[in-house]
Design a protein around this ligand. Structure first.
Ligand SMILES: NC(=O)c1ccc[n+]([C@@H]2O[C@H](COP(=O)([O-])OP(=O)(O)OC[C@H]3O[C@@H](n4cnc5c(N)ncnc54)[C@H](OP(=O)(O)O)[C@@H]3O)[C@@H](O)[C@H]2O)c1
Length: 321
């Protein structure tokens, strides 16, 4: 079987492509640079079996070449990891319609919107509040409608906050701010958390996201016309993330609680914007559907994700405590 992975060299692709090659599929990967961002010696032989398609999607969408390229695709399954607008999605669907047996789009839990009833199940109403989430929710709706109306063989996978060994997770403050918060937690220095510290994060390891894409292919009939959340077994509060990370260093967190809007005085503007986005969403999603229908068995909890990343930060000398 032939599988094309569009944008297959990033966080997800670095884990997904080796899995697909190991399955014995003929794998094509489309990216601007023909090498995985997080490859290592252990997967080098698998990557050497990939057929590369070096192209710039955005450029080709603008100059009209993308539709022709997609119309010439010779694959049974197409996985689109880098589609962000309904227009991009419409273009690719038009080119692939009637020619592929499975099309899997990568969405996001931001398409769900801020948490209401938790854990959030895939059939609850979508109430996205960011432009990114709104556009991804529209893409999902278009694909599922296309499946119902025309039998277009679509599946949508919505990952939580993706992380990997070399890709720092959203940190225990709910942002991305280098290694500072890890150093503070290790030393028992003050860490400021927004409001009561009870906002939640729902991480997922990139290898578990890859697992769901692989399972969707293996369970094609069940997966057609369906959306699946790809997340760790449970969400965690910021306060508990701090407690856990501190415990890795034999320390206890020294937390100070600050109203969310005042966190702008504690963090850089960029870090605050990321924190605000995560606090407002406070995601907590159910993975029961993927477990039941696809046999999804996540290998990583958020604790294991933090443990792996911190191990890498220490090994690589990025974090010195
Ligand atoms: N990051 C998160 O926490 C998160 C959470 C939920 C959902 N998602 C979803 O995950 C998907 C992204 O997956 P990812 O995190 O694996 O992405 P990523 O790490 O940013 O990797 C993007 C991949 O696409 C390629 N690429 C980027 N621009 C391209 C272009 N113009 N033409 C061709 N190739 C291009 C990159 O390689 P080159 O640079 O060599 O081209 C790379 O292979 C998105 O759909 C996003 O909505 C992400």
């Amino acid at each position: 079987m032939k599988v094309l992975v569009i944008g297959g060299t990033g966080h997800i692709g670095s884990y997904l492509v080796p899995r697909l090659v190991l399955r014995g599929y003929e794998v094509q990967v489309l990216a601007r640079n023909p090498r995985p961002r997080y490859g290592g010696a252990d997967t080098e032989a698998l990557w050497s079996r990939v057929e590369w398609i070096v192209a710039d999607r955005i450029m080709e969408e603008k100059n009209g070449l993308w539709g022709k390229r997609m119309a010439a695709v010779d694959a049974d399954v197409v996985i689109d990891l880098i589609c962000y607008t309904p227009e991009q999605n419409r273009m690719i669907v038009e080119s692939l319609e009637g020619r592929v047996s499975h099309f899997i789009h990568c969405g996001t839990i931001w398409a769900y919107g801020p948490s209401t009833r938790v854990p959030y199940r895939e059939d609850y109403p979508r109430k996205p509040v960011t432009e990114y989430g709104i556009l991804k929710a529209r893409i999902e709706a278009d694909l599922l409608e296309k499946y119902i109306r025309n039998g277009f063989p679509a599946t949508v996978v919505h990952p939580g906050h993706i992380s990997g060994r070399k890709w720092l997770p959203i940190d225990p403050q709910g942002t991305r701010n280098g290694v500072d918060v890890y150093r503070r937690l290790a030393h028992g220095d003050v860490v400021c958390l927004p409001d009561t510290g009870l906002a939640t994060l729902h991480h997922v390891h990139a290898d578990d996201v890859a697992q769901i894409f692989e399972l969707a292919i293996l369970n094609r009939k069940t997966a057609l016309g369906e959306s699946f959340s790809a997340a760790a077994p449970y969400a965690l509060t910021l306060a508990y993330c701090c407690e856990f990370v501190a415990s890795l260093f034999g320390s206890k967190p020294n937390l100070r609680f600050v109203p969310l809007q005042k966190m702008v005085e504690v963090l850089s503007e960029d870090a605050f914007a990321i924190m605000r986005d995560h606090v407002i969403h406070s995601p907590c999603v159910s993975i029961e559907k993927a477990q039941r229908l696809l046999g999804y068995r996540p290998r990583y909890t958020t604790e294991e994700i933090y443990r792996e990343c911190i191990e890498y930060l220490l090994e690589s000398g990025q974090l010195v405590v």
